[in-house]
Design a protein around this ligand. Structure first.
Ligand SMILES: Cc1cc2nc3c(=O)[nH]c(=O)nc-3n(C[C@H](O)[C@H](O)[C@H](O)COP(=O)(O)OP(=O)(O)OC[C@H]3O[C@@H](n4cnc5c(N)ncnc54)[C@H](O)[C@@H]3O)c2cc1C
Length: 813
């Protein structure tokens, strides 16, 4: 065997993900693609997977990716002649308590929102479908008839054959040993059989993806974890088309296999495999059986399926699989290396994801841009924090342990905290702050009044912080609050061509005079919203850019990647240089005026401006903006002086009723004002026009910018979806997002955000209303609306304007 000396794209790894990616690159893009596998195809994690294929996830796009897998597996044999073992058995999920049942009602609604028919069944119906099961403790079950199971190795071989049929070259027994790199880009893949010059590399190396990434200087934060299941002898009475079964309250899953059962589970005390490199000769190998550790699953499974007590166990599989700190897989272009793409960390649903993940990853590799909103799996959701292997391991084990626990709204992870704290952490803690964590930062979610325990108590209804957050909210509307937003991601773009670079990158016109501040979106070539941020011009050649905490890596790499060829502009991440205090509320000016000699009158410091002002002897970047719909300033303070400036504001603000306020109140305030949140309300799937943000796009100016052509192409054609707000009066309802929107009784969309507005005293939701023939104002206004919330219909009122809008004088004067 001789390897080619060059290829356009080299895929590393011959598991299901690598084979699917190679298949789609060859089939859909006729790409010149070579796949390299150190052992034999499937020999990593793929060969020993249990083969359950579920589709529903909480993200619409990821559900679409998983649905694509199923469609592919159904039809692949017809194309390649190799069967995939796909069986549409359906999937039952069992509920044994009220909270789980509520979770399923919400899940079934999400499924409907995403176009899938999930039903809820009674224990008697479940018993009829799966007679070997004990159903005495059941409240009921959810039933998704289109889920199923497949043979992991067979699918992979079928994909590999398909890839070859479309021209891809697949090589076994070739170990990738390193990369040649120039200017941070890979120029060749080095192997034990020679080098291959290439344009792009796709790292699909499963649990080895981390160490393969390291060879190119990129971080793939995953952790191999031991995962076990058993395969039993035949069980009398078990139908060969028995649905797959998930019993999360007992932490176990089941699947029929040649007349017996596959049974495994997600234990609360998972075992990491190695935090060192995974051996390269780990092929078709398993870890030693660990019956002691597995016993907890066995006990629970026997209680559910008593036949397991007497049936023989044919085999135990103890295989390592890569898991990630948030339970989502890792896809996309590495922020550290513009031509390495990653598809790894599949958290034991790589078979379910494989077909679809390969499809979107191939498109991403070819276009350099994700084909749909893949934010929840995007590798750019991580940061340098995730280079800490110990932290990644701890958080990953927590995520694994929560795989089958009830997903309560607003739940926070507990492990590895506190990790990054703002200089105000101790002060806020003293004020009874209850913290959440975002990209490693501790952020105050709410402040517990005396008599309320400073701790989240999770439940499916209103949670223990509800009233306290209401007080914080009202305080900002009526007096003045101070938010610690030090975790905001902050960059500076400097250089003679900085303005020119931003002209191309930003949809809004940010080439304004020094001292101006502009809210803008960054669009992809489809006109979809890739980022949403604030740009302040500090000097002719210097811009200050502020974006959300979680988007730090993503937005920085998007901006860097889109600085035009040959332009002299440099992006620097200055997040840790500045603490951010947001002073918001009708009395914000009174407080600010008391601590600075700068003119903070409306004439002296108008809305949409940035000024350097002195507070407590410190030079502070003050940005006149608001995310809450009140008069306010974001004060960006040299990080070491954050405490001092905070103290000065608190002291001066005392007579104006200042108090610290947390992120949950911020969310409620922004919902009332109708500000869109990136990642949920506005995503790469949505254009500014659809999102009602057309006013922030410089189409009338004669400047070209990323996404302009796509927006122009649509021109004045009627929009097929439009963002709208909804309120629901029923105080018992809890809106969380993904609830179905009904217009005149017909589903037309689903909520992208949900919450409660304390000033208007109603539940608030936002979402896109869809109509193939166009969504005009008249179409929106003329409909009668309901929301489906946990399977129940409730009347809703549509809003095309902010639900709460203090007069311009109040906010902008
Ligand atoms: C016990 C168990 C049960 C599971 N059950 C299910 C299930 O029911 N449903 C489901 O959807 N998923 C399940 N999974 C998960 C599933 O197996 C994985 O998510 C999936 O196989 C991952 O595929 P992959 O292609 O990313 O990784 P792999 O299959 O591990 O492929 C990566 C390949 O890269 C190769 N490679 C690594 N380094 C190099 C190098 N330097 N040079 C060349 N080649 C290299 C490796 O040899 C390997 O073959 C289960 C996993 C386990 C452990």
């Amino acid at each position: 065997m001789t390897l080619p000396s060059q290829a356009a794209i080299v895929v590393i790894g011959g598991g299901i993900i690598g084979c699917s990616t190679a298949y789609h690159l060859a089939r859909d893009h006729k790409a010149d693609v070579v796949l390299l596998e150190q052992g034999k195809l499937t020999s990593g994690s793929t060969w020993h997977a249990a083969g359950l294929v579920g589709q529903l996830r909480s993200s619409a796009s990821i559900t679409r990716v998983l649905k694509y897998s199923v469609d592919l597996y159904k039809g692949l044999e017809a194309e390649t002649g190799l069967a995939t073992g796909w069986k549409m058995t359906g999937c039952l999920r069992l509920a044994t308590n009220a909270d789980r049942w509520t979770e399923y009602k919400r899940l079934a609604t999400t499924a409907k929102s995403f176009g899938m028919d999930m039903q809820l069944l009674s224990p008697a119906e479940v018993k009829a479908m799966w007679p070997l099961m004990e159903t005495g403790d059941l409240v009921g079950a959810s039933w998704l008839p289109t889920d199923g199971q497949a043979s992991p190795s067979d699918i992979t071989q079928s994909l590999a054959k398909g890839a070859r049929m479309h021209g891809a070259k697949l090589y076994e027994d070739v170990l990738v040993t390193g990369f040649d790199m120039t200017d941070g880009r890979i120029t060749a893949v080095k192997t034990n059989q020679g080098d291959i010059a290439c344009d792009k590399v796709v790292n699909c190396a499963g649990q080895w993806a981390r160490q393969v990434g390291v060879m190119a200087g990129i971080n793939v934060p995953l952790q191999p974890v031991k995962h076990q299941y058993i395969i039993t002898e035949k069980i009398a009475g078990l139908a060969t088309d028995a649905p797959t079964l998930r019993d999360p309250d007992r932490r176990t899953y089941f699947k029929e296999e040649v007349g017996g059962l596959v049974m495994g589970g997600y234990e609360p005390n998972p075992q990491a495999w190695t935090t060192a490199d995974v051996p390269n000769d780990w092929q078709f190998r398993l870890l030693d059986d660990d019956y002691d550790h597995f016993e907890q699953h066995m006990t629970q499974a026997i209680a559910r399926v008593p036949a397991l007590e007497t049936v023989g166990v044919k085999q135990m599989i103890n295989g390592p699989e890569s898991f990630t700190p948030d339970g989502n897989f890792i896809l996309g272009v590495a922020p550290e290396c513009a031509n390495m793409f990653v598809g790894a960390g599949f958290n034991a649903f790589g078979i379910a994801s494989g077909g679809g993940a390969g499809w979107v990853l191939a498109q991403w590799v070819v276009d350099g841009e994700a084909p749909l909103d893949l934010w929840v799996v995007d590798i750019r959701r991580f940061s340098s924090l995730h280079r800490d292997r110990q932290w990644v391991c701890e958080r990953t084990l927590e995520a694994y342990g929560k795989h089958y626990t009830i997903g309560f709204p607003h739940e926070e992870y507990a492990s590895g905290r506190p990790r990054i704290v703002s200089p105000l952490y101790d002060r806020l803690k003293e004020q009874r702050a209850v913290f959440g964590s975002k990209l490693g930062w501790e952020r105050p979610n709410w402040f517990a009044p005396n008599g309320v325990e400073p701790k989240d108590i999770y439940s499916m209804g209103r949670q223990n912080w509800f009233a306290a957050v209401g007080d914080e909210h009202r305080h900002v509307r009526e007096q003045v609050g101070i938010f610690d937003q030090s975790s905001f991601a902050k960059y500076e773009l400097s250089g003679p061509d900085a303005a020119k670079a931003l002209d191309w990158i930003c949809a809004n016109d940010v080439s304004k005079p020094t001292g101006r501040l502009i809210y803008t979106q960054l669009l992809n070539t489809r006109g979809g919203i890739e980022a949403d941020l604030t740009v302040a011009r500090l000097a002719e050649e210097k811009f200050y850019i502020v974006t959300g905490t979680g988007f730090r890596t993503h937005d920085a790499s998007w901006i860097s990647d889109h600085i035009g060829e040959g332009l002299n502009a440099r992006l620097t991440d200055v997040t840790e240089d500045f603490g951010t205090l947001s002073l918001m509320g009708p009395r914000a000016r009174d407080v600010l005026a008391a601590v600075t000699v700068a003119d903070v009158s409306n004439a002296g410091f108008p809305f949409g401006h940035v000024r350097e002002i002195a507070i407590a002897g410190q030079i502070v970047r003050a940005l006149r903006v608001t995310y809450v719909g009140e008069l306010g300033w974001e004060l960006h303070v040299p990080i070491a002086a954050t405490g001092e400036v905070f103290d000065a504001l608190m002291a001066a603000g005392k007579k104006h009723g200042i108090r610290p306020v947390g992120y949950r109140a911020l969310e409620s305030l922004r919902l009332e004002k109708g500000y869109r949140a990136w990642g949920s309300d506005i995503t790469p799937n949505d254009t500014p026009q659809e999102a009602g943000l057309g006013w922030a796009v410089k189409l009338r100016k004669n400047t070209d910018f990323v996404g302009r052509r796509a927006l122009e192409k649509v021109g004045g054609a009627p929009l097929k979806k439009r963002f709208a707000g909804f309120t629901v009066d029923d105080p018992e309802i809890v809106l969380l997002g993904r609830e179905t929107i009904l217009r005149n009784g017909e589903p037309v969309g689903y909520l992208t955000s949900g919450g409660y507005g304390y000033t208007i005293g109603r539940n608030i939701g936002y979402g896109y209303v869809r109509n193939a023939d166009g969504v005009s104002d008249d179409f929106l206004i003329s409909g009668g609306y309901e929301l489906v919330v946990a399977m129940e219909r409730t009347p809703a009122k549509i809003h095309l304007e902010p639900m709460y809008d203090p007069t311009a004088e109040r906010v902008k004067a």
